[in-house]
Design a binder for this molecule. Structure first.
Ligand code: NDP
Length: 318
């Protein structure tokens, strides 16, 4: 079986940053990319808030730069899916693409499998999202493009409230589409939403269709109590109905919170198993930015390097 020092799972900003640091530290990291090489940024159009790109950059192009930088220092990048893991201190076994035998045994594992935004599943929503036509799951990333315009936010949790409040400072009007007659968001967030003069809450409201051919022009909505159908003009449609962290592989092994996010020890990326680290959105439901993901990817690699150095010292002096 192949034995390595450091395995990185996932190829978003956290994974690639971990790879740059681990490779430069001589850990000869192997990265298993996952099916969507590049992660969530592959679904993004222009990124304007990643430092170092003064003119902005397209999400996929930025991830290509990340990949090249990780490869430059010798990261062994392999396209594939980790399908099973057996994590035990000192001998973490990783199964790739349903291999029956463990494909790799790694002394350290850095988990950067990310989270996936949930979508409504409407044909029009997915089509306009994929075309970069005004459907987004991140107000901080894309809100700026809708300055002075009318937008909608779907959802009624803390994320939706936060996104609506963020957008209310940039946009003329923010329509909040809430499917029940109450919000799930914390009381304080609800109060802030109600105080914002340009947020209009539509209760008992579901989206039937996002309107527009190449770009969003509006939404057809239905009141699920009265069955009344109406159309609102919009240029941006933000979906904030939650994220799903990609952690199914680690259930029963790694500590997770109620929403499935990996729990790391305060101020570190260490999980409950020695030698296993988590960086990026898989352990962060609060910030969820490329730059914060890259930051925690860096932390994970530095922690892995220090762990390996301490282990080597112990073995040599045993
Ligand atoms: P939540 O699961 O809390 O909320 C999802 C919201 O989306 C709910 O209001 C839900 O409606 C709605 N929704 C789900 N599916 C649909 C659909 N198909 N159509 C319309 N609406 C839909 O997710 P969040 O991302 O808001 O929050 C996740 C966790 O992160 C929570 O624990 C939250 O408190 C936390 N968080 C904390 C923050 C902070 O502390 N600053 C910031 C952001 C999140 P319904 O209520 O009817 O089910």
């Amino acid at each position: 079986m192949e034995k390595i020092k450091c395995l990185i799972i996932g190829s978003g900003p956290a994974g690639y940053t971990a790879a740059v640091y681990a490779a430069r530290a001589g850990l000869n990291p192997v990265m298993i990319t996952g099916l969507k090489m590049g992660g969530q940024l592959m679904d993004t159009t222009e990124v304007e808030n990643y430092p170092g790109y003064p003119d902005g950059i397209m999400g996929p192009e930025m991830m290509e730069d990340f990949r090249k930088q990780a490869e430059r220092f010798g990261t062994d990048i392999r396209f594939g899916m980790v399908t099973k893991v057996d994590l035990k201190e000192g001998e973490h076994k990783i199964f790739v693409d349903h291999a029956e035998e463990a494909s790799i045994e790694a002394e350290t594992v850095i988990i950067c499998t990310g989270a996936s935004a949930k979508w409504l599943g409407l044909e029009s929503e997915i089509r306009l999202r994929d075309a970069g036509g005004g459907v987004s799951a991140c107000a901080v990333c894309d809100g700026f493009f809708y300055k002075g315009q009318d937008v909608a936010v779907v959802g009624a949790g803390d994320t939706a409230a936060e996104e609506a409040l963020y957008l209310s400072k940039l946009c003329s009007k923010v329509h909040m589409l809430v499917r029940r007659d109450e919000m799930r968001a914390s009381k304080i967030m609800q109060e802030r939403v109600h105080k914002a003069e340009n947020i209009i809450v539509h209760w008992n409201t579901e989206t039937q269709e996002v309107l527009g051919d190449d770009g969003v022009t509006g939404a057809r909505i239905i009141n699920n109590k009265t069955q009344e159908v109406s159309e609102i003009p919009l240029t941006g449609f933000f979906v904030a109905i939650g994220h799903k962290p990609n952690t199914d592989l680690f259930k029963g092994m790694l500590d997770m919170d109620n929403n499935g996010y990996l729990i790391t020890k305060p101020d570190t990326t260490s999980t409950n198993i020695a030698g296993v680290y988590a960086g990026g959105d898989v352990q962060d439901h609060v910030y969820r930015q490329a730059v914060t993901a890259a930051g925690t990817g860096c932390m994970a690699a530095l922690e892995a390097e220090r762990y390996l150095a301490a282990r080597e010292f112990e073995l040599e002096n045993a």
